[in-house]
Ligand binder design. Structure first.
Ligand code: MIC
Ligand code: SF4
Length: 644
């Protein structure tokens, strides 16, 4: 298989600055665009400052404020003010609070076929809907790329997803990605790119493609990509960017490492049941149980486009939401919101009883609208991890907009095909961009005079020391498979603490073990033992930064999720895996462990379990530079040592 014949390979080749395109080998690629959002961005820019970066060297870098906008006290607005001043300093575009969800806004305004995008948010692959190779990463990696450094990754394998046919009415792009998740699960994409091809691609608009690439993140994939074709051109024309179109398709004789076959015509409405996005069944299968619904939330970076919300408006027009259901709508961007209001669709939603929220992530990241005790909440979002909604015992189901609206109208989980057919959803000739909440970069001269605003919630970053020759300590936590970054570092009500590491660290692992913080403090840190796919989900580097602050020295897991693995290295925590995963059972809470740090120079490391008096073989997949980073105590320390 020649990766260079695929869309993935073409973009990688054009951006390759280090290494060769051989599956699983380390490469460095040039990054054309970066994005950050406030919940990861404040820390990213603080780190950029600590590294002496003072100006973005990319083609475009955008700082979005979309996660933390509740402003219950000074904390969120302190971050916003910092971000606004730093955007001016660094020459970034600033998308202010209320302007929209980073991925939706980026898709509308900046994402370009053939370009690379690195974003400090795991759903950055949304831009793959217009054939941009868009990858999620930790804030520090994004800061480095913004400063002109290459981004390092392992050459991915490419899974070709062959689409044929056309989606039937009331079956949506969301059902396509739910079907993919059903087939490959939450780790089926790790180390891979999901590249879509085949005749079915043509029938999907760029917004529909973006729904699919967005939620590809839930498979653990490095990214997801659609080709750039006439549909892409039309989508770009609609937002006034036709000039940015280039054609980008796989060669006719391209082959893939593996393929998935999906006939769009045969799909039906799907739903991901609690508490995993891959826990997918057809809506039909659930319907017979007449499950009563308490809440329906439409929005998030997966499903908040113009088409999504017009679909909702058309379905509710002249009807009323079931009296026992609370329906919320979060438009993806101010431009979508403005057009909906101008064309009267907003009025239809309001008349049906929808609660209209800001153009932000909102309930998706537990910023308000937590469901009631034991509630059934239907959401068009991409994650339904336990507790993420803000209510620990709530049951969150993920569906398309069509299914969500059907549930809101009927009050039970029901198949949207019951509500007839939706044909010819109107597509506006143009979609004008709203500029009122966007601040464009200023000149270098003006930037020199900008004063950075630092409110009291913005705490300076603290760096850990170099690695000791013997790393020893106690097992202070042992966890099971599929631990998400939401388990490690919950967001929700703690989101305002993102720029205050000492305070945020008090909540590390709270959803799995409330005693973790006090134990970590008492024992002066130690080891964490984990199962498969440790750190799946978000890109939040706080899930490594805060444990590092509490003295976690190493995580020994059966396997890791990609972004979290990189974040652990950035913050000096040694990521190790069991050579034989059955050895997981040979280490328990409270065991005293030790490893010799010079063994990291090889790939195999001996773990001494001093309590059980046994040796266990471990592995690591770190490059030489990663090992040097770990030895220095983390990336900032490593870079500072290198250039001092
Ligand atoms: C998420 O969906 O979990 C988030 C919040 O967008 C995260 C980023 C964060 O934790 O700030 C993500 O997906 O990377
Ligand atoms: Fe925001 Fe939710 Fe998308 Fe994360 S998944 S970027 S919280 S809308």
């Amino acid at each position: 298989m020649d990766i260079r014949k695929t869309v993935t390979g073409k973009i990688l080749s054009a951006h390759l600055v280090e290494g060769e395109l051989i599956a699983n080998k380390r490469i460095g690629i040039k990054i054309d665009q970066t994005l950050t959002q406030d919940a990861t961005g404040t820390m990213a820019y603080l780190q950029a400052e600590a590294l002496g970066i003072d100006r973005a060297k990319t083609e475009v870098s955008v700082s979005y404020i979309d996660h933390n906008t509740l402003q219950q006290d000074n904390k969120n607005p302190d971050d916003h003010a910092y971000l606004q001043s730093i955007a001016q300093k660094f020459g970034l575009v600033l998308s202010k609070a209320g302007n929209g969800i980073c991925h939706q806004v980026h898709l509308e305004r900046f994402a370009r076929p053939g370009k690379t995008l690195l974003g400090s948010d795991s759903h950055t692959p949304t831009a793959g809907g217009v054939a941009s190779l868009a990858i999620g990463a930790g804030g520090l990696d994004v800061a480095l790329s913004m400063g002109g450094a290459p981004f390092f990754l392992k050459t991915p394998e490419v899974i070709g997803v062959h689409l044929s046919g056309k989606l039937p009415s009331m079956v949506a792009a969301k059902d396509v990605i739910l079907e993919v998740l059903k087939r490959i699960g939450v780790k089926g994409g790790v180390g891979k790119v999901l590249e879509y091809y085949g005749p079915g691609v043509r029938s999907l608009s760029i917004q529909e493609r973006a729904t699919i690439t967005n939620m590809g993140a839930e498979t653990g994939a490095t990214t997801s990509l659609f080709p750039s074709d006439e549909v892409t051109k039309e989508g770009l024309r609609q937002v006034g960017r036709e000039k940015e179109w280039v054609e980008l398709v796989a060669d006719k004789d391209a082959t893939y490492n593996s393929t998935i076959e999906i006939d769009l015509s045969s799909l039906e409405p799907m739903v991901a049941k609690p508490h995993s996005p891959a826990n997918v069944v057809s809506v039909r299968e659930l319907e017979a149980s007449s499950i009563k619904v308490d809440q329906v939330c439409i929005g998030s970076c997966t499903n908040s486009s113009y088409k999504d919300l017009v679909t909702a408006a058309l379905m509710v027009k002249g009807k009323r939401v079931d009296p026992n259901v609370s329906l919320t709508i979060s438009p993806g961007s101010m431009s979508v919101f403005h057009l909906l209001s101008k064309e009267g669709y907003l009025a239809d939603l309001i008349a049906a009883g929808a609660r209209i929220l800001e153009c932000t992530c909102g309930p998706c990241i537990g910023q308000g609208l937590a469901p009631k005790d034991n509630a059934i909440s239907i959401r068009t979002f991409n994650r339904n991890f336990k507790g993420r909604s803000g209510t620990d015992n709530a049951n969150v189901y993920l569906t398309s907009v069509e299914t969500a609206v059907a549930c809101a109208l009927s009050g039970t989980i029901c198949d949207p095909r019951k509500y007839g057919e939706l044909k010819n959803i109107p597509n506006p000739e143009t979609m004008p961009m709203q500029e009122s909440l966007v601040i464009t970069p200023i000149s270098l001269e003006e930037a020199k005079r900008v004063e950075i605003i630092r409110g009291p919630n913005i705490r300076p970053i603290e760096l850990r020391g170099a690695l000791a020759s013997t790393v020893n300590g106690e097992v202070i936590l042992k966890v099971v498979d599929d631990i998400t970054t939401d388990h490690i570092m919950p967001a929700g009500i703690y989101l305002p603490l993102r720029s205050n590491v000492p305070e945020y660290s008090k909540h590390v692992f709270e959803p799995v073990d409330r005693e973790f913080y006090s134990r970590a403090k008492a024992k002066n840190g130690g080891f964490v033992i984990a199962g498969d796919n440790y750190g799946q989900g978000s890109s939040r580097e706080h899930a490594a930064l805060c444990p590092s602050y509490l003295g976690v020295k190493a995580v020994i897991a059966k396997s890791f999720a990609r972004i979290h693995l990189a974040n652990l290295i950035n913050f000096g925590i040694i990521p190790l895996t069991f050579m034989n995963s059955l050895d997981y059972d040979k280490v328990e809470m409270g065991d005293q462990l030790a490893i010799e740090s010079n063994e990291l120079d090889k790939n195999a490391v001996v773990l001494k379990n001093l309590t059980k008096k046994i040796d266990i073989q471990l592995l690591h997949t770190m490059s030489e530079e990663d090992v040097e980073t770990i030895k220095a105590g983390g990336t900032i320390q490593y870079i500072r040592n290198k250039y001092k």
